[in-house]
Design a protein around this ligand. Sequence first.
Ligand SMILES: [Zn+2]
Length: 96
Amino acid sequence: MITIDDWRCDLGKHLKGREFVYKQYKSINDGNDHDHCSFCTDKFSLLIDEALREGYQTLLEPFVWEGKKYESDEWVCSECFNDFKELLDLKIKDSE
Ligand SMILES: [Zn+2]
């Protein structure tokens, strides 16, 4: 049974209550070809052989940095999503 003492929980607990969409991995930043699972840090990439190709992406959050607008997202692998969805109230959005 997974508890908040699981080592991954410290890394991902800031995602408590957030909404996710399950989809094929795609980086939202030009020049970035991979992301990491916010819990276990497994790698998402379409270019790296053993990397994950699909996962749960947070809904995009706009933010401004040095006067420019950006969006941020985070990715969670299926295993971590299922392990923590009840503990941290992770939600799935039906459609975008
Ligand atoms: Zn993970």
